[in-house]
Design a protein around this ligand. Structure first.
Ligand code: SF4
Ligand code: SF4
Ligand code: SF4
Length: 299
C-alpha cells in the first residue's frame, strides 16, 4: 500500500479504482437494461455541473486507455507527445466529427419514418445516442451484442467501444470484421504511445466539454481547476504530466482555468510541487490542492 503514502501516485490510484467501480456499475446497468438515452442524459447533465469529471474518473474507454498507459509505464517505455499545433487541431476536429456523426445518424433516423410510431427511432442504434454512448461499452459481455462481437466463447463475448457501429453499418460487407479488428488494434496501439489518444477525437467528450467553450456558460461548472500565479515557479511539470496535453494550466497567470480539453483527472494538481499553487474547487470551495511533495517536511 505504498501508493497511499506516495503523494505523486495517491490520486491516480484512487482514480483507477473509481474507474473500475464505475465499469462494474455500467456493466450492471447494461444487464438491467436501463434505457441508454437516460444514461446519456445523466452523463451530459453531470457534465454541465461538474465539467468532464466523467471522462477523467468514470468512462470505461478512458479506463482501457489508461490501462495501456500503465502497461507502458511498467515496461519503462516513454510516451510520445503530439506537437502542440496538431494536438490543438485534433481537439478542434472533435467538433466536426461530432457534427458529421450526428448528421449521418440523424439522416438514418429520419429515413425510418415508418417506424416512428413504434418509437424505434428513440432506441439505439438508430439515434446518435448509441454512438455517443459507445465509450461506456464494457468489453466483456455475458450475452451476444445485437450486432455481433469480436469473439465469443461459452456464452462470453468480447467486444470494444464502436465495434457495434462497425458491424451494424458494414454488416453486409466482408470488410466489417477486418475493419473492426483493425480499429481496435489501431486505438490500443496508438494509446500505448500517446496517452488518452482517443479522447482527443472523441465526440462524447466533445459534447461533454462543449459548454465550457462558451464564455457565457463558463460560470456553470461547479467543479474547476484554479491556479495561484504567485506560487508558480514555471517548472512545467503540470504540462508534462497532463495525459491530454492541456497547456492552459501552465500558461494561465492566475485564477480559474477554463478549457474543454481538461478531463479533471487531477494529475497536474497531484504532481505540482508548489504547495497550494493548483487546486480543485467545488462551488468555490477548495477540495483538493497541490502539496509540496518534493519537500517531505512541509507536506
Ligand atoms: S473523451 Fe470519450 S473516450 Fe475519452 S474519457 Fe471522455 S467519453 Fe471517454
Ligand atoms: S507544476 Fe505547478 S509550479 Fe510547476 S508550472 Fe505547473 S502550476 Fe507552476
Ligand atoms: S489539465 Fe490537469 S486535470 Fe486537466 S486533464 Fe490535464 S492533468 Fe488532468
Amino acid at each position: 500500500m505504498n501508493w497511499i503514502k506516495d503523494r505523486t501516485k495517491r490520486v491516480s490510484m484512487i482514480r483507477t479504482i473509481t474507474q473500475l467501480v464505475f465499469l462494474l456499475l455500467i456493466f450492471y446497468i447494461s444487464i438491467v437494461a436501463v434505457w441508454k438515452g437516460l444514461l446519456l442524459v445523466v452523463v451530459l447533465g453531470a457534465t454541465v455541473c461538474l465539467g468532464r469529471l466523467f471522462c477523467g474518473w468514470a468512462c470505461p474507454l478512458g479506463l482501457y486507455l489508461d490501462l495501456t498507459t500503465l502497461i507502458r509505464r511498467a515496461l519503462r517505455i516513454d510516451h510520445w507527445s503530439l506537437p502542440r499545433k496538431l494536438n490543438e487541431n485534433l481537439h478542434k476536429t472533435r467538433y466536426l466529427i461530432a457534427l458529421a456523426i450526428t448528421l449521418l445518424v440523424l439522416g438514418g433516423t429520419f429515413s425510418m419514418a415508418a417506424d416512428f410510431e413504434n418509437f424505434v427511432w428513440l432506441r439505439p442504434p438508430y439515434t446518435p445516442f448509441a454512438f455517443m454512448l459507445e465509450p461506456l461499452q464494457p468489453i466483456v459481455l455475458p450475452w451476444q451484442p445485437p450486432f455481433g462481437a469480436l469473439a465469443g466463447l461459452s456464452g462470453v463475448y468480447l467486444t470494444f467501444p464502436y465495434v457495434g457501429e462497425f458491424l451494424l453499418y458494414l454488416h453486409s460487407t466482408s470488410l466489417a470484421f477486418p475493419l473492426a479488428y483493425l480499429f481496435v488494434f489501431a486505438v490500443l496501439a496508438a494509446s500505448f504511445k500517446v496517452r488518452r489518444v482517443w479522447c482527443r477525437f472523441c465526440p462524447t467528450g466533445v459534447s461533454a466539454g462543449a459548454l465550457n467553450r462558451f464564455r457565457v456558460f463558463s460560470w456553470i461548472p461547479l467543479l474547476r481547476l484554479s491556479k495561484k500565479g504567485e506560487k508558480c515557479t514555471k517548472c512545467g511539470i503540470c504540462q508534462r504530466v497532463c495525459p491530454v496535453q492541456v497547456t492552459e494550466v501552465y500558461e494561465k497567470k492566475d485564477g480559474d482555468i477554463h478549457t474543454s480539453m481538461c478531463t479533471v483527472c487531477l494529475r497536474c494538481v497531484e504532481m505540482c510541487p508548489e504547495r497550494n499553487c493548483l487546486s480543485l474547487k467545488l462551488a468555490g470551495q477548495t477540495i483538493y490542492k497541490s502539496r509540496s511533495w518534493l519537500d517531505g517536511s512541509s507536506v
